[in-house]
Design a binder for this molecule. Structure first.
Ligand code: KIV
Ligand code: ZN
Length: 422
């Protein structure tokens, strides 16, 4: 199951299963199919289509995805019971490359308080269900749920047992988002090094973001030898969400020379995919979200705008084009400087006539203090008003005058800006 290239990282997208499990994120079958098609275009290796036993609608969505998608492995989730596994197989058997994904807890918290079983019973049940799933399908993934809080020795015993039973992918989930990066990396390293038969399996990780560490934990696991990453578009998923696909993928790309790892995702499809998921789930992406947030490639302060306009390298570590954006954004606000102001005017094809520059700039400052963003439309008006204002300070064409008082105020503001932004 491992790739010939030891540096290849496989991207397993679970937007349609773990992502869709988040409260308020329900997707109907048509929406799921649209997202699956876009994930195929994005170039993910595995699409987790859903949890077929959960509802007839989800079964049908998984079946349609399995029948249509040809460029990726299609998987779906089953608990370690025959009915679930049969439902997954019923939905996926027409897929070009199907995989059955089985989940069963491994932490004592879950074994005692959720399952009411013993460790030995869990091992027996897991192995029986892996064998059953392998009888149906060549590819079986086993997820020992809550591995991040489990006894590592019992986790290792579980992994050995499931590989011996026929699992060819072992996933190590930090289900509750509890682990620290160095702890999680160490856990994954121990499992890969110590579990007998580990060379026969591909190791995957599945991290949750309860403490904001999902991507960091995923990276630690990759450094420890895991080669598959379970993640979602926009980081959606149970509670605080899952590892964000776009963050991991861009991390691999931007820091390739340091990490030496690669994946097959077409990064220029990232923005389109993020927007589609946001639109179909009806959930906006937070503006400061890494890679796909509206502000991820926007510059608003004078210092940064000046730097970016001189050379993007000053403040951008990745190219907007690489994630499918046309360009970075220079947003005009009260914190902007003259460099950005002139840049935006010139992009609108506006050249102010001699002596009108200060007038336009003062008007910009007055307006910028009253709103969040000065738009192109505002800039056109500012330029027109500056042009029509007479040299004696009286304005023509009925435009409101820029009062002496405002001039005073703005001269102070301008002087301060010069001191700060140059
Ligand atoms: O968080 C989790 O443990 C899961 C498993 C099904 C992998 O979602
Ligand atoms: Zn999960």
């Amino acid at each position: 199951m491992r790739d010939k290239n030891p540096d290849r990282v496989f991207i397993f997208d679970t937007t349609l299963r773990d992502g869709e499990q988040s409260p308020g994120f329900h997707l109907d079958a048509n929406s799921k199919l649209r997202i699956a098609r876009q994930l195929e275009r994005l170039g993910v290796d595995v699409i987790e289509a859903g949890f077929p036993i959960s509802s007839p609608g989800d079964f049908e969505a998984c079946r349609r995805i399995a029948r249509e998608i040809r460029g990726a492995t299609v998987t779906a989730l089953a608990r370690a019971v025959r009915e679930d596994i049969d439902a997954v197989w019923g939905a996926l058997k027409d897929a070009q490359d199907p995989q059955i994904h089985i989940v069963l807890s491994v932490s004592d918290v879950h074994i005692d308080r959720k399952l009411g079983m013993t460790r030995a019973q869990v091992l027996k049940r897991g192995a029986e269900m892996v064998e059953y799933a392998r009888f149906l399908c060549d590819k079986v993934e086993y997820s020992p749920e809550d591995a991040g809080r489990a006894d590592p020795d019992y986790l290792i015993e579980t992994v050995e047992t499931m590989i011996a039973a026929g699992a060819n992918v072992i996933n190590i989930p930090d289900t509750t988002g509890y682990c620290l990066p160095y702890e999680f990396g160490e856990l994954v390293r121990r499992v890969i090094n110590e579990a007998r038969g580990s060379e026969k399996a591909l190791f995957s990780v599945h991290c949750h973001n309860d403490l904001g560490l999902a991507v960091a934990n995923t990276l630690a696991a990759l450094s420890a030898g895991a080669r598959r990453v379970e993640c979602t578009i926009n980081g959606i998923g149970e509670r605080a969400g899952n590892t964000s696909l776009e963050e991991v993928v861009m991390l691999l790309k931007v820091r390739q020379s340091k990490l030496g790892l690669e994946c097959a995702v077409e990064t220029r499809e990232i923005t389109r995919t993020s927007r589609l998921v946001s639109e179909l789930t009806g959930t906006p992406v937070q503006p400061n979200k890494a890679v796909v947030g509206a502000n991820a490639f926007a510059h608003a302060s004078g210092i940064h705008q000046d730097g970016v306009l001189k050379d993007r390298l000053n403040y951008e570590i990745m190219k907007p084009e690489d994630v499918g954006l046309a360009d970075s954004k220079i947003v005009l606000t009260a914190r902007s400087g003259r460099h950005a102001f002139h840049h935006r005017l010139s992009r609108l094809g506006i050249t102010l006539s001699e002596g009108k520059d200060d007038e336009a700039w003062q008007r910009f400052l007055v307006l910028a203090d009253t709103k969040k963003e000065v738009t192109d439309e505002d800039l056109r008006k500012i330029a027109a008003m500056a042009e029509t204002n007479g040299t004696n300070g009286h304005e023509g064409n009925g435009h409101p005058p820029v009062t002496d008082q405002l001039h005073d105020h703005n001269h102070v503001a301008d002087a301060m800006r010069h001191m700060i932004f140059g």
